[in-house]
Every structure is written in structure tokens, then in C-alpha cells.
Design a protein around this ligand. Structure first.
Ligand code: ZN
Length: 235
């Protein structure tokens, strides 16, 4: 399977969909795992109404958990994907993650379905800010929110994601358990468009039967193995 995946990556024209699994080795907690954030704070923490009604509870969470994201460094998998993009193998990355690690790694074409936790804006005047450690009330009196997608909100860049898949020949899913829609619909869409679908994930996903190539393994270790066949990419 790995051999086949290497062959497919060499062919290029690839779009990658990443989930929490790519960032666990960077120390980002997986929201849906047993020791993840939902276990700790409950799913209501990303409920928009809860946010507006309890901003101080939400920001206790932000001040405690977000710095881990800000301090996190991209791991080998993020960096290798950025290099593959730079060398023309990858057309773009669609990510479910809000941790900014693809940009930190140097990727350019990144579609952040769930937003980005390093950006904030005022819900009243729209003014953007880098962080909220000086307070979460804007000069205008409005409540400042993170630029991330809450549960009741629509994911972003869905049309752009479909277009990216249309314009590529292969979709590689990396570290997503494919349990959250509509992101989990993207691999199904890719198959309907007769694209090659590869999944690299530690555990099984509900869409494994759709995949042409499936690798159940550690993400970073898998990309370290793949990188050995791309000496021109890894300097
Ligand atoms: Zn404002």
C-alpha cells in the first residue's frame, strides 16, 4: 500500500484533506479523542449561543488552551506537505484544523474549513485582532470572537474545496476520522468524480470502503517513510 501511495504522490496533481491526527504529534489535543477537549469542557464550549451568553467561561478556556496551539510547532508531516506543494506535487490543502500549523510549515494554498484560532475579530465592528490577552471587549464595546467555526455555523471554503478536488486527480486524507460532515463528504465527492482516494489514519474511518489506498499507521512515521523516496523535495 505504501509503495502504491508513493507512486501516486509522484504523479502529483494532489489535494490533501487533513484532520486532528496530523497535529497530535505537535501537541495539539484531538477534540474528539477520549482525553480531548470535549471530554474536558463539554461540546457546549463551541456552541455560539453559549459563547455569547458566557463569554468569560469561553475565554477562560481560550486563555488556558489556545496558547498550546500558538506555541505548537509543525511536525514532519506538515513540513513535508508544504515541501510537496512548493515542488508542485500538491495543489492545495483542505484542513479541519484551526491550529495554523500548515501555514507555519510554509503551505500556501490552505482552505481552513473551521477557521483559524490565531485570528480574532469584533462581533460588532468587525475589527481584526491577533489575540485577546488584553481583554475580549473591543474599543467599540462589542464582544471579540475567535475566527473559528462554531457548531451552529457553516464550514467555510466548501465550494473552493470541491473545485480543488475537481482540478486534482487524487485526494489524500491525512489524520481525519471522517466523522464530521460536511468535511467527511469530500472523500465521497472525490470518488464520485472518479478521483483516486487515499486515507492515512491511525484508526479506521467510516469511509475506508471508498478508499483505493488505505494506510493505518502513525502519520509522521508514514511521511518519514514516504519522504525517503522524495530526496529532491527534502533538502
Ligand atoms: Zn469593535
Amino acid at each position: 500500500m505504501l509503495k502504491e501511495l508513493i507512486r501516486i504522490i509522484k504523479n502529483g496533481n494532489i489535494v490533501v484533506l487533513t484532520g486532528a491526527g496530523i497535529s497530535t504529534k505537535s501537541g495539539i489535543p484531538d477534540f474528539r479523542s477520549k482525553d480531548g477537549l470535549y471530554q474536558k469542557y463539554g461540546e457546549k464550549i463551541f456552541d455560539l449561543q453559549f459563547f455569547f451568553e458566557n463569554p468569560s467561561v469561553f475565554y477562560d478556556f481560550v486563555y488556558k488552551e489556545f496558547p498550546k496551539m500558538y506555541d505548537a510547532k509543525p511536525n514532519f508531516a506538515h513540513i513535508f506537505l508544504a515541501k510537496l506543494e512548493k515542488n508542485g506535487y500538491i495543489n492545495g490543502i483542505i484542513t479541519q484544523n484551526i491550529d495554523n500549523l500548515h501555514y507555519k510549515a510554509g503551505s500556501k494554498n490552505v482552505l481552513e474549513l473551521h477557521g483559524n484560532a490565531t485570528r480574532f475579530y469584533c462581533t460588532k465592528c468587525g475589527k481584526q485582532s491577533k489575540n485577546t490577552f488584553d481583554g475580549y471587549i473591543c474599543e467599540c464595546g462589542g464582544l471579540i470572537r475567535p475566527d473559528i467555526v462554531f457548531f451552529s455555523e457553516s464550514v467555510r471554503y466548501l465550494e473552493e474545496s470541491y473545485t480543488l478536488i475537481d482540478n486534482s486527480s487524487t485526494l489524500i486524507v491525512v489524520g481525519s476520522s471522517l466523522q464530521v460532515y460536511p468535511a467527511a463528504y469530500l472523500p465521497i465527492y472525490a470518488k464520485k468524480q472518479n478521483k483516486t482516494l487515499a486515507i492515512i489514519n491511525k484508526g479506521k474511518t467510516p469511509l475506508d470502503d471508498y478508499a483505493d489506498i488505505i494506510i493505518y499507521d502513525d502519520i509522521v512515521e508514514t511521511f518519514e517513510k514516504i519522504a525517503k523516496h522524495f530526496e529532491e523535495v527534502v533538502d
